[in-house]
Each structure stands twice: as structure tokens, then as C-alpha cells.
Design a protein around this ligand. Structure first.
Ligand SMILES: Cc1cc2nc3c(=O)[nH]c(=O)nc-3n(C[C@H](O)[C@H](O)[C@H](O)COP(=O)(O)OP(=O)(O)OC[C@H]3O[C@@H](n4cnc5c(N)ncnc54)[C@H](O)[C@@H]3O)c2cc1C
Length: 285
């Protein structure tokens, strides 16, 4: 199978950018996909990254971004909702588009996401993390979007456009980009109620009947992002070559575990890129 991109990298932090630089150095075609925001940007001062000291995290990120830009690598902004391993290639669901890639590097960092009561129990039985992937299952039915991610309003509009009777719940004000015909509730999802499938949601001061709940967070647990991916205590299990248990899928940086530090993320990004490049070369033989 010939696919348009050799290596898709998910995550634009130090690990992802290091992977991108090193994949380009190996002559591979690369797409660097990332949600907005990154942990390092919040660091007041970084003193332990070799050669760059007394810089704020944001300043260091800017240096990394200058480096990737100089190599012609663009950061494509958006959320990867799902990655499907299909044997000899991958399909990545990114910001509503499908991207095909020979290999994928996960450099998604760690982000704490509070799990809603009922979420784990009803996952796949009315709970979904991806409107584009599962939307059609709810055509002609009721669904609710719990929108924490920046693209949540867009995803809700998509569900509405394919004939889902959808409502959006999110903290704060109604997003301006939400289709005016879609009901919006300012609030929070407290629990998902159901037995063999989702029946309703608990919004604290109201219970809403629904057939499905789309939980759209910025942070998606790795095992949710890629079905069948082996994790341990929430971190992706890898070999020393940054291989996951899925052939062609590599991981680097905070998402693989401690120490959660820039130097380790950058080093693992290099190894993941080199191994992904080798994998592509072998597959082309
Ligand atoms: C306040 C603070 C101070 C710190 N100070 C230091 C320090 O002084 N020295 C040090 O070495 N380390 C420090 N760290 C740790 C350092 O920031 C991390 O180790 C480093 O950022 C890890 O890089 P990463 O690329 O693995 O992950 P991250 O930097 O977290 O990047 C992950 C990226 O993936 C994106 N992403 C996640 N999920 C998806 C998805 N589904 N689709 C698309 N994109 C996605 C995120 O938006 C993010 O851009 C600090 C961290 C914090 C929070």
C-alpha cells in the first residue's frame, strides 16, 4: 500500500518537534499534528536543558518552533481523535479529516483528564470520543456533546448536519460558532447513566435522556486514541527503540513515562523518528 505521508507525528511539544526534525533529516515526508497548548509553555524558568538556560518555557518552545520552521515543517493545529492501525498503514482522524500514514509517532505528553462516573463502564455502548468516527450510529437518535475541546462546537455542528438530534453541554457561554438551531446548556457533565447502553446524563440540576454521549476533551487517553495500545499506569509501553506493541506505531516523550523532562522527550523523539524511518524504508523494499 502506498500512502501519501511516511510519518505522522501527533503532538507538537519537544518530543514531537524533535521527532519531526529527525524524520526530515532522514528524508521522510512528515506531518506534525498538534492541539493548541503545551506543558512546557507553562514553565516559568528552564535551567536544566543543555545549552539553553535561564529561558522561560515559552522562549524555549519558540526556539524549537524556529528550528522546525527553518526545515519547512508546519504545525497543523487540531486534535487527533482516533488512530486506526490497518496492518500496513494507519488512518488518523485529525480535526475531522482522515490522514493516511505509513507510520505514526505518538508524542502526546500527559494531561490529566477527570473521568466522568459511568464513562468507563459505558464506553463503546453509547459513549464515544469522536463525532466523525461514530456520528452515523446516532443518525435519527438523540445525542449530547460534552464539549471541553476547542473543536467541540464544530463536531456538534457536524452531528447536527448528518441528522443527529444533538445538544451541546459545556462550561461557560454558548460558543459563537455553534449552529443556532442546536440547543446549548451551560453546565457540566456529572455522570452518564445507563445499564447495557447509555440512557441519560446527569447534569447536576437536570437529567437529560439521550442515546449517546460524545465526550470531546483535549486530552485523550492513549489507549482510547489507539485501540489495542498497551499502556501501564496510563503511560504507553515501549521498547528501548520507542516501539509500541503495534507494528509501525512509536511513542516518545512524557507519554511513555518518567522522567517527565525535556531532555528525555527530545532524546526519545530522535529515537522514535530514526526507528520510524527504518520501518518505512523496510516497508518500501
Ligand atoms: C510548569 C512546568 C514546568 C516544567 N519545567 C521543566 C523544566 O524546568 N525542565 C524540564 O526538563 N521539564 C520541565 N517540565 C516538563 C516538560 O514540559 C515536559 O517534560 C515536556 O514538555 C514533555 O514534552 P512532550 O513533547 O513529551 O509533551 P508535551 O510538551 O506535553 O506536548 C504534548 C503535545 O501533544 C499535544 N496533544 C496531546 N494530545 C493530542 C491529540 N489527541 N491530538 C493532537 N495533539 C495532541 C498537546 O497539545 C501538546 O502540544 C515542566 C512542565 C511544567 C508543566
Amino acid at each position: 500500500m502506498s500512502v501519501s505521508t511516511d510519518i505522522v507525528i501527533i503532538g507538537g511539544g519537544p518530543a514531537g518537534m524533535s521527532a519531526a526534525v529527525n524524520a526530515v533529516a532522514r528524508g521522510k515526508s512528515v506531518r506534525l499534528l498538534s492541539s493548541e497548548g503545551n506543558n512546557l509553555e507553562r514553565a516559568e524558568m528552564v535551567d536544566n536543558y543543555l545549552g539553553f538556560y535561564k529561558l522561560t518555557g515559552a522562549e524555549l518552545m519558540l526556539k524549537f518552533a524556529e528550528h522546525t520552521a527553518a526545515l519547512g515543517i508546519t504545525h497543523e493545529k487540531g486534535r487527533a481523535a482516533n488512530i486506526m492501525p490497518l496492518g500496513d498503514y494507519f488512518m488518523v482522524n485529525f480535526a475531522g479529516d482522515i490522514i493516511e500514514a505509513a507510520t505514526v509517532i505518538l508524542a502526546i505528553g500527559v494531561a490529566k483528564a477527570r473521568v466522568v462516573p459511568g464513562e468507563e463502564e459505558l464506553l463503546g455502548r453509547g459513549i464515544s470520543y469522536c463525532a466523525t468516527c461514530d456520528g452515523m450510529l446516532y443518525r435519527g437518535k438523540k445525542a449530547m456533546v460534552w464539549g471541553l475541546a476547542p473543536d467541540a462546537a464544530e463536531e456538534t455542528n457536524f452531528l447536527n448536519s448528518i441528522g443527529v438530534d444533538v445538544k451541546m453541554v459545556a462550561k461557560g457561554e454558548r460558543p459563537s460558532e455553534l449552529n443556532p438551531s442546536i440547543p446549548f446548556i451551560s453546565g457540566a457533565l456529572k455522570a452518564v447513566i445507563g445499564d447495557d447502553s447509555v440512557k441519560a446524563v446527569d447534569l447536576g440540576d437536570a437529567t437529560l435522556e439521550t442515546d449517546g454521549v460524545f465526550i470531546l476533551r483535549n486530552a485523550i487517553a492513549p489507549s482510547t486514541l489507539v485501540s489495542g495500545l498497551e499502556t501501564e499506569n496510563g503511560f504507553i509501553k515501549t521498547s528501548t527503540r520507542m516501539e509500541t506493541n503495534i507494528p509501525g506505531l512509536f511513542a516518545a516523550g512524557d507519554c511513555t513515562g518518567s522522567p517527565l523532562q525535556i531532555s528525555k522527550a527530545v532524546g526519545e523523539g530522535l529515537i522514535a523518528a530514526q526507528q520510524a524511518a527504518k520501518y518505512v524504508d523496510k516497508a518500501k523494499l
